[in-house]
Design a protein around this ligand. Structure first.
Ligand SMILES: [Zn+2]
Ligand SMILES: [Zn+2]
Length: 256
């Protein structure tokens, strides 16, 4: 599995893109920065998009991607999430006010809608392209899910935005081997209160989450650092002295 970081920042400033990750060139996880980071040709290779939740920093590029690919996307791109998230996208984003409803618009050059919204069952594996995907609810201020994404060799756990949570770890523990975990640390320890009310993690609460999984050697790829606190968050993470933690940066390409 090739895992490419298009954006892993919890805020946008030049050089720091919003959350978006590309698996094997075709499966996108969240769409914060897909159109900022990918060429038009690379955008055309996307077949499926997993959306963790409706916050703008994770869905922005659904709109710009649909606009770019209109008239060039004869199969349509499937956008997957749970019922709550899919309903939110319809109601608040593709509502012909915030953005045209690219889940419906067609014409002679675009015979199916560019985006097809698809519901994923919670806690049950579904087939998404060539991958098995399980959506597991996590603890955020809006409905939000983690994704367990597997192929024959690899099982990636992408947790997305969350505060302290339980179910995702108990489900992950049932699997013999998790290849890597993508987990957030949005704020430094100093801003724990802010992290708690906005249901995010700091390095100290991230450590407690990892301990819940109880698989000590699994690489933990840290994401969603707010750019203004990046240095401080990294210093807090270093003080945990966990060698298997890696702070992601835009442009990273990892293989599991
Ligand atoms: Zn969020
Ligand atoms: Zn976010």
């Amino acid at each position: 599995m090739k895992f490419r970081v298009l954006g892993c920042s919890g805020g946008q400033v030049p050089g720091h893109n919003l959350s978006s990750f590309l698996i094997d060139d075709s499966l996108l996880i969240d769409a914060g920065s897909a159109t900022a980071a990918l060429s038009l040709r690379a955008q055309q290779k996307i077949t499926d998009i997993l959306v963790t939740h409706t916050h703008l920093d994770h869905v922005m590029a659904l709109g710009t991607l649909a606009d770019n690919l209109y008239g060039k996307c004869q199969k349509g791109i499937r956008v997957w999430s749970t019922r709550e998230v899919i309903d939110g996208l319809k109601k608040f984003f593709f509502n012909n006010h915030i953005w045209p409803d690219f889940t419906r618009i067609t014409d002679a050059n675009q015979r199916v809608a560019v985006l097809k919204l698809c519901r994923l069952a919670k806690r049950r594996a579904s087939l998404v392209g060539a991958y098995s995907v399980t959506a597991i609810p996590v603890n955020h201020v809006v409905p939000s899910v983690a994704f367990l994404i597997g192929n024959k060799k690899t099982l990636l756990l992408h947790v997305g935005d969350t505060g302290p949570t339980e179910e995702v770890w108990s489900i992950a523990r049932k699997h013999k081997k998790v290849s890597a975990i993508v987990l957030e640390a949005s704020f430094p320890n100093r801003l724990q209160e802010l992290a708690d009310v906005s249901r995010h993690l700091t390095p100290q609460t991230l450590e407690r989450e990892i301990d819940k999984l109880g698989m000590n050697s699994v690489p933990v790829l840290v994401t969603h650092l707010k750019p203004e606190y990046r240095g401080e968050i990294i210093a807090d993470l270093r003080s945990l002295e966990k060698p298997h933690l890696k702070v992601l940066k835009d442009g990273d390409v990892l293989r599991f």
